[in-house]
Design a binder for this molecule. Structure first.
Ligand code: GLU
Length: 453
């Protein structure tokens, strides 16, 4: 029989076994290890670990998440039926600080995907020099198929199930695909009700009125553009002179378009899940936003030519910015990719061997853990502001975000120069370099904490 509170937990310490009877020691190890995205992350981990000779204990600890939690979430639907959803939270590593990472609502969510994304958060937070570990959560559902009342009820139940494991000092969720500031407000409220006082620091990405940070909504997109600027700089190009294609027009893609447009970039193609639009003269982003507000999707936007997502990715532009889901640049389309710069706004859009193929052919890929770090960076700022009860201006947030992305890019670039690929000379595999910077920090921290020797 499935225990009501918690189906199973994998934990390094075993403490939870005492608190939650019925939980098994491991949960989902097989499913995690065979998930394609998890395999990709492990491949990158092992490749970078070998390239720089990372300590064996460190590698061993990072191979599997520290704790994976699965809960079942019964929801009373509007028609009075009960539907049960699968919810997950995977806490990958907390050597550097409390676990941190988003919550995804999407039909493709499963333990393997959540674990892969949780491990990416560990590497991202380490690379960006944040005092945070890595986690991710999700519920397997299509949020557009649920009413607002159903989503609220589900989110509250999910939060309640997770409440022993999350908290401002333990694990701080945030929005991801399919969730937003409203979801975070419900989580904050449920958690605070259970603790008996308001705990604004339990989630980030919440509305400004209840402890959110200025600039959080646009943070990931803005970070993508700062990373784009740096990558163009090493290619001796200026953002005001380039053409760009952006896949995705949601939380990340839309803001990346707005910010790049403001800096003078010509955005010639944009897409969402309905398809895309191409205009060689450049799209008017403000007009496109109004169109999507009215018609929900980009498809049919009259001031350009209809294109498919596939056509967008293979365009001959200065930069392609995938800001939707993982795996979109893959073995099927890699030979058709023409751009010399890919900036990964999404998590895991390029498979490792595909990235290697493109890098070998001269393309520069700014990896997800660097390019889309803006979200968690401003989440960190939000958490700091909540703890200190002192709030910053938008200008302060943007400047500090820029500093971190610029500094992280420089560190990755230098690492690539200092660790050349022996067979090919200078390493232009920025994913390998980013993982290298990240792993070196984790290794140092684990050694200092006596977790590796
Ligand atoms: N979901 C975002 C990411 O993948 C933000 C996570 C956070 O702010 O904790 O980086």
């Amino acid at each position: 029989m499935i225990p009501a509170k918690l189906i199973s937990v994998q934990t390094g310490s075993g403490n939870l076994q005492k608190t939650f009877k019925g939980s098994s020691v491991t949960y989902g190890e097989d499913e995690i290890l065979k998930h394609p995205l998890y395999k990709n992350v492990l491949y990158e981990l092992e490749k970078a670990g070998k390239h720089i000779g990372i300590n064996r204990n460190v590698m061993e600890r990072l191979r599997l998440p520290r704790r994976s939690i699965r809960v079942s979430i019964p929801v009373r639907m509007d028609n009075d039926s009960v539907q049960v959803f699968n919810g997950y939270r995977v806490q990958h590593n907390h050597t550097l600080g409390p676990f941190k990472g988003g919550i995804r609502y999407h039909p493709g969510v499963n333990i393997g995907e959540v674990a892969a994304l949780a491990s990416l958060m560990t590497y991202k937070n380490s690379l960006l020099n944040l005092p945070l570990g890595g986690a991710k959560g999700g519920v397997q559902l299509d949020p557009s198929a649920l009413s607002k009342a159903e989503l609220e009820s589900l989110t509250r139940r999910f939060t309640s199930e997770l409440s022993p494991f999350i908290g401002p000092d333990k694990d701080i969720p945030a929005p991801d695909v399919g969730t937003n500031s409203e979801t975070m407000a419900w989580m904050l409220d449920t958690y605070s009700l259970e603790s008996g006082f308001s705990q604004t620091g339990v989630v980030t990405g919440k509305p400004i009125e209840i402890g959110g940070s200025k600039g959080r909504n646009s943070a990931t997109g803005l970070g993508v553009v700062y990373a784009l600027e740096k990558a163009l700089e090493v290619q001796n190009k200026d953002i005001s002179e380039v053409t760009i294609a952006v896949q995705g027009f949601g939380k990340v893609g839309l803001h990346a378009c707005v910010e790049a447009h403001a800096l003078g970039a010509r955005i010639v193609a944009v897409s969402d899940r309905s398809g895309g639009c191409f205009n060689p003269k450049g799209l008017n982003i403000t007009e496109l936003i109004h169109y999507v507000e009215e018609h929900r999707f980009i498809k049919g936007y009259p001031k350009g030519e209809d294109i498919t997502n596939e056509e967008l990715l293979t365009m001959d532009v200065d930069a392609v910015i995938p800001c939707a889901l993982d795996g979109v640049i893959n073995a099927d389309n890699m030979k058709n990719i023409k751009t010399s710069l890919i900036v990964e706004g999404a998590n895991g859009p390029t498979a490792p061997e595909v990235g290697e193929y493109l890098s070998n052919n001269g393309a520069l890929i700014v990896p997800d853990i660097l390019a889309n770090g803006g979200g968690v960076i401003v989440s960190y700022f939000e958490w700091v502001q909540d703890i200190g009860w002192l709030f910053w201006t938008e200008k302060e947030v943007r400047n500090k975000l820029k500093d971190i992305i610029y500094m992280s890019f420089d560190k990755v670039w230098k690492f690539a120069e200092d660790h050349p690929d022996k067979s090919k000379g200078k390493c232009n595999d920025l994913r390998l370099a980013a993982m290298g910077v990240s792993l070196m920090r984790l290794e140092k921290a684990m050694k200092l904490r006596g977790q590796a020797w």
